[in-house]
Design a protein around this ligand. Sequence first.
Ligand SMILES: NC(=O)c1ccc[n+]([C@@H]2O[C@H](COP(=O)([O-])OP(=O)(O)OC[C@H]3O[C@@H](n4cnc5c(N)ncnc54)[C@H](O)[C@@H]3O)[C@@H](O)[C@H]2O)c1
Ligand SMILES: Cc1c(CN(C)C(=O)CCc2cnc3c(c2)CCC(=O)N3)oc2ccccc12
Length: 263
Amino acid sequence: MGLLAGKRILVTGLLSNRSIAYGVARAMHREGAELAFAYQNDRFQERVSKLAADFGSQLILPCDVQEDSQVDDLFSQIGDAWGGIDSVVHSIAYAPSDALEGDFLEGLSREAFRISQEISAYSFPAMAKAARPLMAGRNGSLLTLSYLGAVRTMPNYNIMGLAKASLEASVRYLAACLGPEGTRVNAVSAGPIKTLAASGIGSFGKLLSFNERNAPLRRNVTIDEVGNAAAFLCSDLASGITGEIMYVDGGFNTTALGNPDQG
Ligand SMILES: NC(=O)c1ccc[n+]([C@@H]2O[C@H](COP(=O)([O-])OP(=O)(O)OC[C@H]3O[C@@H](n4cnc5c(N)ncnc54)[C@H](O)[C@@H]3O)[C@@H](O)[C@H]2O)c1
Ligand SMILES: Cc1c(CN(C)C(=O)CCc2cnc3c(c2)CCC(=O)N3)oc2ccccc12
């Protein structure tokens, strides 16, 4: 019997078969979950529907998290179709690309700050608020994806680091708010992975190879390893875990000087 048998889970942020959300969906499907998907806008409907078919999903709904009405509509449609929901996976981030390279202050602007916080951080508690009535009494869980740049400075990550810091704080405040009603809230902080969100980042290749050479496991992680951890955190095996940021990064976050042989 799969870890997630009988669970109904919404997975957001699926965009390609390299998406972390794809790895999460694959693990959760394998563990017996019934999946629904949300895509950012109509441009992505066809490609997400094709990807979602890999997981036998018929519930594929639009949701641009910049619009409150679309977040509300998403969960009312899920309520109509399912009557309730056990878990929500938030796998969404965005900052204007010119804020994601070079000098932190050069890339800083009120607009870049607002957009990155709104899409990459506010959207998680906003979805939690809309999902709350559907999750009552189900001992469900919420899960989001973070990155080490939330708590350590990472060259070029810049304004996204502030958004992830905000996101990780929301994991703790949501855990405190929803724990009494039985809903758990956690994050997986993943190591760097070559996805669409990572492409177009100038120094990404260097970052991947630095991690590969310096992480205790001496390699990068895969979307399936992140997916497995996400499936565990949303399963009843993790019934005592909430407000937690679980690192799936080959141990990189635990090192100070990395690989001593690297000089
Ligand atoms: N790739 C990495 O190295 C890495 C590492 C750690 C954490 N993460 C996090 O994983 C999550 C998924 O990113 P990914 O690497 O799988 O890339 P991805 O490009 O596959 O996924 C990013 C998703 O964000 C969605 N999105 C952006 N703006 C949106 C909006 N306004 N409304 C709704 N959806 C919107 C996109 O449609 C896309 O599906 C992000 O939160 C990212 O910060 C990525
Ligand atoms: C790792 C890592 C990532 C992957 N990661 C953890 C992320 O969170 C990426 C999120 C992201 C948010 N917004 C945008 C983009 C990516 C690229 C396209 C775009 O226009 N905007 O991005 C980096 C950017 C700089 C340095 C390291 C990294």
